[in-house]
Design a protein around this ligand. Structure first.
Ligand SMILES: CC(C)(COP(=O)(O)OP(=O)(O)OC[C@H]1O[C@@H](n2cnc3c(N)ncnc32)[C@H](O)[C@@H]1OP(=O)(O)O)[C@@H](O)C(=O)NCCC(=O)NCCS
Length: 174
């Protein structure tokens, strides 16, 4: 049975799974300078297990962006905080892994995740909360057509500090 959720030109998306633990933790460790202070990802086996447990496929879907050539994880992208009813929305979380950052893989992977959210999960809206100064992340969502909708001071606690975030979103207009 195929484990792929969706396939692009150079990357594919699949669900993150228990067998990813070793390589995932290695890549997070190698990418710590890139990630801080923008995201906090699991750094131990216990944190990885708690991370996996969040993805019940109803409220949240956890995925990795894998290279079609070789299969290594170029990054991760999650659709979190899925709300149904009148909202039909999810909140994206994503990060590249070194040494694969800066080669267009994440732009393609996040675009696939957005299509997955709209076409397969039937969501109407995806959001991304981005700290002021995170230029690479803003460029990524701008490339995908997101608009900046607002600003929330002290919005998300990352690495022990409440951090301001810009609120970016894209709605499915079809
Ligand atoms: C934000 C983040 C995920 C972007 O990842 P990335 O790997 O740099 O993304 P991409 O490679 O898709 O895009 C980066 C650049 O590579 C360029 N690029 C290089 N080679 C490319 C290729 N062959 N094809 C397409 N684009 C290519 C892109 O055009 C883009 O240009 P830019 O510098 O003008 O933005 C990454 O910087 C990261 O992990 N940051 C820390 C975590 C984080 O901030 N997460 C988001 C929290 S809101």
């Amino acid at each position: 049975m195929s484990v792929e959720l969706t396939v692009g030109t150079r990357v594919l998306l699949r669900r993150v799974r228990a067998e990813d633990e070793g390589r995932f933790l290695e890549l997070v460790e190698a990418s710590s300078e890139l990630h801080r202070p923008w995201v906090a990802l699991p750094r131990s086996a216990a944190e990885f297990a708690a991370y996996l447990a969040r993805f019940d496929q109803v409220g949240a879907v956890g995925m990795v962006v894998c290279l079609r050539e070789g299969g290594d994880m170029a990054g991760m992208v999650n659709i979190n905080e899925i709300v149904r009813g009148s909202y039909q929305r999810g909140v994206l979380g994503y990060a590249a892994f070194l040494p694969h950052a800066g080669r267009g893989y994440m732009s393609e992977g996040v675009a696939l995740a957005v299509r997955y959210a709209f076409d397969r999960l039937g969501l109407h809206r995806v959001e991304a909360d981005i700290q002021p100064g995170n230029a690479a992340s803003v460029r990524l969502v701008e490339r995908l057509g997101f608009r900046r909708e607002g600003f929330s001071p002290a919005y998300i606690k990352i690495d022990g500090m409440w951090r301001d975030h810009e609120r970016w979103a894209l709605t499915n207009e079809v």
